[in-house]
Design a protein around this ligand. Structure first.
Ligand code: NAP
Length: 274
């Protein structure tokens, strides 16, 4: 019942938001968004396409890819999709090849996939969990960036966007390893900014606060948790995926032509740093 109401309000929010989008900053551009069949990734894919980009969707499950592609196509958007578990080298290779074949090149890479398979204190975590989180959240982000370069180098205004988290600045208590991995992404962005700038490529990060998606479901499903979470947010509500998507479109566009090496927090005023 609660889940149905949430889904309905998300849908309503999407419908209202898309009718108010007036910019077409991404006409002629091609984008890849990983993990884009639901949540933040799907919202970003939709927004980039609404602003004129051709967008390649992807995630691990074929049925999810098919559903997301159909949904966005039914809204008149130019999208295609392919299966890509970001941890699988062959599937990443195929993602870039399919993007080139379908859309002729690549201008925008949004590395959005991120996982958190375990909850618990930092010093209780085992090696397997550490490896899994770092493999997907950090190593695969790095590999995707590297593998995108041959296509991005041919673009007139290439840009990379990495999905970090506010937890990268202020670790969440029971999500410590996940938080450390998101801090590592801040470092990855800083460490590659100059090298990428030499190639004319901008790189920026987005650090969302609590956003209403499947990943954060535990935090809002029970009224008690929901109230506790909201107490730490100045705006006293969780964010919606579309409220991340607007920033992604801006960062990918030429409006952000002098912004690189930054990670921008979108958190409704959650405390994170001075
Ligand atoms: P979500 O709603 O749970 O969506 C997950 C998406 O990722 C689905 O499309 C899923 O599709 C795909 N996926 C999962 N594992 C994948 C993999 N290994 N390779 C490719 N695709 C994969 O998640 P979300 O909340 O939107 O999170 C998206 C990003 O935002 C993550 O990096 C997360 O850390 C970050 N973030 C989220 C929040 C938040 O509060 N929600 C806050 C800060 C940062 P399949 O099942 O088909 O693979």
């Amino acid at each position: 019942m609660l889940r149905t109401t949430i889904k309905q309000s998300v849908r309503q929010f999407n419908a209202n938001a898309s009718s108010s989008i007036k910019c077409h900053r991404l006409e002629g551009k091609v984008a890849i968004v990983t993990a884009s069949t639901e949540g933040i990734g799907l919202s970003i894919a939709r927004r980039l396409a609404q602003e004129g980009a051709k967008v390649m969707l992807s995630s691990r499950k074929e049925a999810n890819v098919k559903k997301a592609v159909e949904e966005l196509k039914s809204e008149g958007l130019q999208v295609a999709g392919t299966v890509c578990h970001v941890g699988k080298a062959e599937q990443r290779k195929n993602l870039f090849e399919k993007t080139k074949t379908n859309f002729g090149g690549l201008d925008i890479l949004v590395s959005n996939a991120g996982i958190n398979p375990a909850v618990g204190p930092a010093l209780d975590s085992d090696e397997e969990v550490w490896d899994k989180i770092f493999d997907i959240n950090v190593k695969c982000t790095y590999l995707l960036m590297k593998e995108s370069l041959p296509l991005l180098k041919c673009s007139k205004s290439p840009s990379i966007i990495i999905m970090s988290s506010i937890a990268g600045y202020q670790p969440y208590n029971l999500l410590s390893i996940y938080s450390i991995s998101k801090t590592a992404l801040l470092g990855l962005i800083k460490a590659t900014t100059s090298e990428l700038a030499d190639k004319g490529i901008r790189i920026n990060g987005i650090a969302p606060g609590m956003i209403r998606t499947k990943m954060s479901q535990l935090l809002y499903e029970s009224e008690e948790n929901h109230e506790l979470v909201k107490m730490n947010i100045s705006m006293r509500r969780l964010g919606m995926p579309d409220e991340i998507a607007g920033l992604a479109a801006f960062l990918a566009s030429d409006d952000a032509s002098y912004i690189t090496g930054e990670t921008i927090i979108v958190s409704g005023g959650t405390n994170s740093r001075l």
